[in-house]
Design a protein around this ligand. Structure first.
Ligand code: FAD
Length: 602
């Protein structure tokens, strides 16, 4: 039986003790309600709903899954109940703007709620996450009329959202899309077919609002000719009530490896009424405002699944007895010792825990800059905060989801053969999280976004938003007797990253293959250094309170593990990158083939 407890203490440590969000956010009038007591109360409420309802609906969601019949999709009963619990408790109102009926709570709290939902039922989290993403996109780019019609319904939990980009012949390369949009009187008529549309059809909401990429008749070729349209399942009447059914239908749903409770739909648009969001031919920028929120949310899918897998891996390692401690028996009266005594099992547990802690910190730290960007009155602060979020978004998406896969795999491994058996629940985490490195732009594309776009942008302006505070931190702490142990290797890792960056920037100028070949390693190297920095911020607090209780001392041990056994990977990544693209690109395409005809040559 899978177990889960919401990690409240970890969030208290990060949000309250390390980031001091109450002091930082309390100065923004919109957030004056968000006192720590209030945040704690909400966090507990979220945790309870997740532990009691979302977790218990996860198995049914996996085994029954979303069911397609006659154009309709039904979601398992327990998943519906779990959704209703969130809506009835008013938690969908938290992140909406007050103007549209929301409570306007800080983005940094989304990290907490998204992580918990994705731990307990990732498939269900997709419905909610897409709705939040659609909200942001419409809020940023919709007309006031559209905003006042649709946003309050998202906030109340009555209507849900989707994003419709992918077509059969066009996934990563969105410039190829064929769905067309023809202007009519005060709307556009959309025709085409989209595939792989998460939550495209279901019975959790009264209306489903699709955000669809399509092309106008005379649009320029490629990504410069893409526009974004809002296409509701039911047309909304002037008085806000639901009118006739629109020409958008679910044709079928996919059978897939995981997240069975989330319907993955083929959607057909036949003269579907759509309303333009943003400007004609500038749809991709508008859609990206949704995708950036979604990318951080997808990173949290990786974190959430890693956390629940870790909690169960740990419990199993303490419970299962097998073999003896290499030095002396821990349980001399028993037949064997628990798994947790074995160094190799501890390796997997400590690696997972130190990664989870630093990934969570990275997500919260970045989300705090989203809040600064949105609420700070100072244009300079806004701009710099946005730069940092832009830089960190691909890192959070790819790093947290890759680690999500690695950690769920390691925790399954701790169960041995039992991990592979359905009954224990570990294999579901591994299957469910596997989509996270693929959707919202594959992790390879995230790496290209970082290395090819964000790195060189404005002569490295975005990079400076990370490098400068990290260098300042080193300067301020390099002589501290406790911190020195960590600051010295961090300083070397940061210098290494700067060196790799320079190398890639120089090489990339003359040969674009250099960026393409290095991107994934570069993202990992950057991510590791960023996690190293996150550990420094946590260590400052841990050292100052280490006398108080073991919690802080244990954090120092986890940080030491990270520094000794995880951060050194930056070296191998740097060496890999420095080998360049030549060998990778020199094998001819048919040189990859393993099936060759016999030539007769000896
Ligand atoms: C369960 C599920 C749910 C989904 N939900 C949605 C949804 O709600 N809405 C939606 O619009 N889409 C959705 N998708 C689609 C998903 O976003 C795409 O599958 C993904 O973007 C990749 O596109 P593709 O599958 O066509 O792969 P391709 O684009 O064919 O890519 C295949 C491989 O080649 C690599 N590659 C491609 N181009 C490049 C390049 N230029 N440089 C380097 N590497 C490259 C990719 O990284 C990938 O590894 C979903 C998919 C699944 C499986």
């Amino acid at each position: 039986m899978v177990q889960y407890k919401a990690p409240h203490r970890e969030y208290e440590f990060i949000l309250k003790e390390v980031l001091g969000i109450e002091q930082i956010l309390g100065k923004y009038p919109e957030y004056k309600e968000a006192s720590w007591d209030m945040i704690e109360m909400i966090s507990e409420q979220f945790g309870k709903i997740n532990e009691e309802y979302w977790l218990t609906s996860n198995k049914e969601g996996d085994e029954i899954g979303a069911v397609f019949k006659d154009g309709n999709v039904t979601v398992p009963k327990r998943m519906k109940e779990a959704t209703e619990m969130v809506i009835d408790s008013g938690l969908t109102q938290l992140f909406g703007h007050q103007k549209y009926g929301g409570m306007e709570f800080p983005n940094v709290l989304s990290v907490l709620s998204d992580e918990m939902s994705c731990s307990t039922n990732m498939a269900l989290g997709v419905y909610m996450g897409l709705t939040k993403g659609a909200y942001h996109c419409i809020h940023n780019y919709g007309s006031e009329e559209i905003k006042s019609t649709y946003l309050p319904k998202f906030i109340s939990g009555e209507w849900f959202g989707t994003m419709c980009l992918t077509e059969a012949h066009c996934g990563t390369d969105l410039g190829l899309i064929r769905t067309s949009a023809n202007p009519e009187n005060d709307f556009y008529s959309l025709n085409g077919q989209k595939i792989f549309i998460s939550c495209g059809e279901h019975d959790l909401a009264d209306n489903i609002i699709h955000l669809v990429l399509a092309k106008l008749p005379d649009a320029p070729k490629g990504v410069k000719g893409i526009s974004l349209f809002l296409v509701p399942k039911y047309i909304v009447n002037d008085d806000g009530t639901l009118g006739e059914r629109n020409g958008v239908n679910c044709v079928s749903i996919e059978e897939k490896m995981g997240v069975h409770g989330s319907a993955t739909c083929v959607m057909s648009f036949e003269n579907a009424k759509g309303y333009l969001i943003g400007e004609e031919n500038e749809g991709l920028a508008a859609m990206f405002s949704m995708m950036n929120t979604e990318r951080i949310a997808v990173g949290l899918q990786g974190l959430g699944q890693a956390e629940i897998a870790y909690q169960n891996g740990l419990a199993y390692a303490k419970d299962r007895i097998q073999g003896r401690d290499l030095k002396e028996p821990r349980n001399p009266d028993e037949e064997a010792d628990p798994l947790i005594v074995h160094p190799d099992v501890r390796r997997m547990l400590m690696r997972s825990k130190s990664l989870i802690d630093s990934c969570r910190m990275l997500a919260c730290w970045t989300a705090l800059y989203i809040d600064k960007y949105e609420k700070d009155p100072d244009e300079k602060v806004k701009k710099e905060s946005n730069d940092l979020v832009e830089l960190m978004t691909p890192i959070i998406k790819a790093l947290l989801t890759d680690y999500g896969v690695e950690i769920t795999s390691d925790m399954l491994q701790i169960y041995g053969g039992h991990g592979y058996i359905k009954e224990y629940g570990m294999e579901q985490f591994y299957r469910d999280v596997r989509i996270a490195p693929i959707w919202e732009g594959t992790n390879g594309i995230q790496a290209l976004d970082l290395a090819g776009r964000k790195m060189p942008q404005n002569m490295g302006r975005l990079l400076r938003r990370f490098f400068h505070p990290a260098l300042d931190f080193i300067e301020a702490n390099k002589d501290d007797k406790d911190m020195k142990e960590f600051v010295v290797p961090f300083s070397k890792a940061l210098k290494g990253l700067q060196k790799t960056t320079l190398f890639m920037a120089q090489k990339g100028l003359s040969n674009p293959y250099e960026i393409g070949a290095a991107a994934t390693d570069y993202l990992r190297q950057f991510g590791l250094v960023a996690m190293g920095y996150m550990w420094l911020l946590m260590l400052e607090v841990a050292f100052s309170k280490r006398e108080k209780n073991d919690y802080y001392e244990n954090k120092i041990i986890l940080a030491r593990f990270f520094y000794e056994r995880i951060l050194p990977e930056t070296l191998s990544r740097a060496i890999t990158i420095s080998s360049g693209s030549k060998t990778m690109m020199s094998l001819p395409d048919d040189g990859f083939d393993s099936i060759h005809k016999f030539t007769g040559e000896a």
